[in-house]
Design a protein around this ligand. Sequence first.
Ligand code: ASP
Ligand code: MG
Length: 450
Amino acid sequence: MSYLSVAKFGGTSVANFESMNLCANIITADPQTRVVVLSASAGVTNYLVELANGCESTRREEILAAVRGIQFEIIEKLQQPEGVTLEIEQLLAHVSALAESASLATSPALTDELISHGEMMSTKIFTQLLQERGYPAVWLDVREIVATNSHFGKAQPHDEKTQQQANTIIKPLIAQGSVVITQGFIGRDEEGKTTTLGRGGSDYSAALLAEVLNANDVLIWTDVAGIYTTDPRIVSAAKRIDTMSFNEAAEIATFGAKVLHPATLLPAVRSNIPVYVGSSKAPEQGGTWVTRDPQPRPTYRALALRRNQILLTLSSLSMLHAQGFLANVFAILAKHKISVDVITTSEVSVALTLDKTGSTSSGAAILSQDLLNELRQYCNVQVETDLALIAVIGNHMHTQAGIAKSLFNTLSPYNVRLISYGASTNNICTLVKNSEADDIIRALHAELFE
Ligand code: ASP
Ligand code: MG
């Protein structure tokens, strides 16, 4: 097959008619983009999550009106609104019925079914918009392709089944000259139920589809012109990074930069597919290419910040010279499907942060009372909140002299709750107060990057 790109446009890129047209410009200017993955229009998924969590009838009506408003604001500007009006009305009617069920009893399966409607609506409208421009766009229900397990809210794709369905359904469409418009974020389990891949999961969908289609690259079109040395809203001197490695990007994504969903890099790395991140509002500004082995590989690449971290300190005197304490703790965490992030240990205690990224679609709290009770039967548990994790991301950080010195110097005016250095060659993490995080980011950026 000839050169093939899979493009993904995020929620802000398909938020309104004007933004959708900028996306259409990008697609029609690039004949290699043959598969297009969309998020829901900005704001819609949040509204649908609120409905899925159950609300009383006045709030339900308010939300339905707001969602309808977002979609019809776009539809009214189409040349032929009637091309999609009926379908959107039907989808809104489903949303309304599902929201009513959710107000009686919520369930993870119901939540996924309900929130999948955001992507359904945005893709229907966008397909119509492209067709009106005379472009050979066809709409595809991605659930016919992306097969997953039944872990609602954060489902895992089945690669082989997805591969097979892509071969029989998408490849022929591409071969006949169509440009396929489809949904990110959603899939279908073995029983035929709708699943979602977790908030922000559309990037992941795009990378998965690129993998099964043997695409040459994945183009993530978002609202920022690439990945920066740190969040430009915090540090105006932050610089765009033109090329970086999969490893570096995975660290940046995992440690909180919202530009790429962390799981996006799994298929990309596995199948060595370059990922581009650029702005759909300003494509001419260029972006970041993420590839396997870009050169050079600087010691310091970026600073990532993740707010609102939870630190658990588990201590038990019986840990002294004992075996199996950590194994037990991790077994309990695993049972509650919690992934641990940064960890430090002493002779009688272990401190760890809980990873909230890639949380479930419903936004359920990760630290449940059940989990705490179970841990408490077994050790002392202290919970601290209002912390932020700052990660310095780079290369070969464990083999360079002087890194700790410049880091500690810069951090010296601040209270550092925990530091993790040495486990990864690609990052050094510190846990600090939420309220001091921005200042620390600015100080570190000035020291390491300016
Ligand atoms: N619409 C979903 C969300 O808001 C998926 C995505 O945007 O990637 O999380
Ligand atoms: Mg997103």
